[in-house]
Design a protein around this ligand. Structure first.
Ligand code: M6R
Length: 612
């Protein structure tokens, strides 16, 4: 969940490292630090607080080294404090390390090191790494590449996940990096090399990347990089070009990334559709090679993910079931992985992850593979960890999503899964041409329809100001509107810190209505003509008990006394989540702004949850 950056070249390292950290701050922002080497000495500057706090420390300009490592932290072991901030050093101040991940056996390693005379300054799991490297460096004096061998020996002892960068004052022209279950990429420049946990951090310096696999180690110099596998055998790596537009990772005139990303949804969805969807042609997923025979052989589909990505699964379960007649189970990855799910070779498991780095989702995927199910990953990040594990990968192509609260990733995931459901139905040759034709046209019109919603935000803004001081808000919906209620509620919690709950309309009288009292806000989503009367009855029931209501709808609701109604364009309810979520994203955004909160970096959260 932390962000790491590294640089070696001929320029001063610290400005490049700070710039990278600022771009990575969405991965964690409770402390930050930098180490550079100057005159065979490692300098460290670190503190709790955000990257701008680090940048304002008086000694920052003294970091003159041209090789350095940097970290922005999301605390796991040890509270945010200077001592617990990275980089960490070994006891002899020879090695400096930044680490993303969790060392599960750190206590055991700490005991071992303490019995060998080492002492510890921080409460972190990471501090065992530089000391372990020092331990192996000292016992392997005859080796002619001691630094590399010491790092390799140290990481062989680590259980858990890590992406590390290591520098050593005795090898001032070298950086060693390694990864297991945490992201790490190397950017190749002209007489300079970069390292980062996430491509946007260094996109303005290079578009050429080497992607490390689990177990890989790289030894970097200014003009050369050596790659090794976990047995330290040399391996070769292909240089990949990532053609993301640099401005995609910038705010581009918007106040916040979240607002920018909300407004990018029409473009993101056009990219997601790409060449896969055309009105009068079968959908194109040639890259999948899932045959009619295979699809006929599967008796269930599991969609497994976390948070918003899991909500995208819930939103699209109905379209798969309706078009393909295959039962679909949607599960939370952290539950699925420990529940002995009943899956086998006749199960297709779909894993959704914007970042492609979510620890629970990747673990669930590995489990499914071991149980012989076919695995399909849907992700936004090219070459992310999940893509290296799954049998098949399809990309949402939504462009980098920086704000912690996911917006455009959700709508592109729902769009892509809907197109996938149509593709499965076409491959299975189901007799549903009429509905498939109409759904395709509806999906093709999504970008224009989102644009029209984004042009009329005043009602949403005003309502946000009315309710921004509330403590409890309820969301109600039926069918796909219920899945949107859950996503709307998650968005609100994340960035406004207002407690909220989402309920299926039919559940109201089974308990939650007891919470409705005078003045409470209830947000209703109503997009399905078949359910409109039932949903209105639920809303009436809460109005009778004094609730204030905000309704997102494309239906004719007749004469009712709702406080605010936001109309969205008409669309098939099977794909209406792509539209009905937009006013709810905006509502959360404007509430957060009205409360003067940090929209992009909400408290306690980080963008990628790369640890359990
Ligand atoms: O990168 P992933 O899609 O795997 O992330 C899953 C969740 O952590 C993520 O959707 C989270 O719930 C968002 N912050 C929601 O806005």
């Amino acid at each position: 969940m932390c962000g790491i950056v590294g640089y070696l070249g001929n320029k001063k390292a610290y400005p490049i490292l700070l710039d990278g950290l600022l771009k990575l701050e969405y991965r964690g922002y409770d402390s930050a630090g930098i180490s550079t080497i100057e005159n065979n000495h490692i300098s460290i500057l670190k503190d709790k607080g955000r990257v701008n706090n680090l940048a304002s420390l008086p000694d920052i300009n003294k970091l003159s080294g041209t090789i350095g490592i940097a970290h922005t932290r999301w605390a796991t072991h040890g509270k945010p404090s200077r001592e617990n901030s990275h980089p960490h050093m070994d006891n002899s101040n020879t090695f400096s390390v930044v680490h993303n991940g969790i060392i599960e056996n750190y206590q055991e390693l700490k005991n071992f090191l303490m019995s060998n005379g080492y002492h510890f300054i921080s409460d972190t799991d990471t501090e065992v790494i530089p000391n372990l490297i020092h331990y192996y460096y000292e016992i392997d004096k005859s080796n002619n590449n001691r630094f590399l061998h010491a790092v390799s020996s140290a990481i062989k002892n680590l259980k858990g996940s890590y992406a590390i960068e290591v520098i050593c004052k005795l090898h001032p022209d070298t950086m060693i990096v390694a990864r297991k279950d945490s992201p790490l990429v190397i950017g190749k420049g002209n007489h300079e090399n970069f390292v980062c946990s996430d491509i946007p951090a260094i996109l303005s310096y290079t578009k050429s990347f080497y992607l490390l696999n689990d177990g890989d180690i790289a030894e970097l110099f200014v003009d050369n990089i050596n790659f090794y596998n976990d047995s330290l055998e040399p391996i070769s790596k292909e240089l990949k070009n990532i053609d993301w537009d640099t401005s995609a990772a910038e705010k581009d005139g918007y106040d916040d990334y979240m607002l920018k990303e909300i407004h990018e949804q029409p473009k993101a969805i056009r990219e997601t559709m790409g060449s896969r969807l055309k009105a009068n042609e079968p959908c194109n997923f040639d890259d999948l090679s899932l045959t009619e025979e295979y699809l006929k052989s599967i008796n269930k589909i599991y969609i497994v993910a976390c948070g918003t990505a899991m909500h995208a699964g819930l939103a699209t379960k109905p379209i798969f079931e309706k078009l393909c007649n295959i039962p679909v189970f949607v599960d939370i990855a952290s539950e699925f992985r420990y529940r002995n799910p009943i899956i086998d070779k006749n199960t297709l498991c779909i894993f959704i992850s914007q970042s492609g780095e979510t620890a629970d989702t990747i673990a669930a995927l590995k489990l499914s593979k071991a149980m012989k199910a076919k695995t399909l990953a849907i992700t936004n990040v090219i070459a992310s960890s999940i893509t290296r594990e799954a049998d098949y990968t399809i990309y949402t192509h939504a462009g980098p999503e920086i704000a912690v609260a996911s917006t455009k990733a959700y709508t592109s995931q729902v769009t892509l899964l809907s197109i996938l459901a149509i593709y499965f139905a076409e491959t299975l040759k189901v007799d549903k041409e009429e509905i498939i034709f109409s759904l395709k046209n509806d999906i093709l019109q999504l970008p224009q329809k989102i644009e029209s919603i984004l042009k009329n935000v005043n009602t949403i803004k005003e309502f946000a100001h009315q309710i921004c001081t509330e403590h409890d808000i309820f969301f109600l919906g039926r069918g796909t509107d219920y899945s949107v209620a859950m996503e709307g509620s998650l968005k609100l919690k994340e960035i406004s810190y207002i407690h909220s709950e989402a309920y299926a309309g039919g559940e109201l009288k089974h308990g939650p209505i007891a919470l409705i009292e005078n003045g409470i806000t209830v947000i209703g989503i109503i997009t399905d003509a078949n359910l409109v009367e039932k949903s209105i009855s639920n809303i009436q029931e809460v109005i009778t008990r004094g609730a204030k209501t905000f309704i997102v709808t494309n239906q004719d609701l007749g004469n009712h006394t709702f406080n605010e109604v936001v109309r969205i364009p008409d669309i098939n309810p099977l794909i209406s989540p792509v539209l009905s979520i937009i006013p709810l994203q905006l509502l959360s955004y404007y509430i957060s702004k009205a409360k003067e909160l940090d929209v992009d970096k909400p408290r306690n959260l980080a963008k990628s949850v790369t640890v359990e």
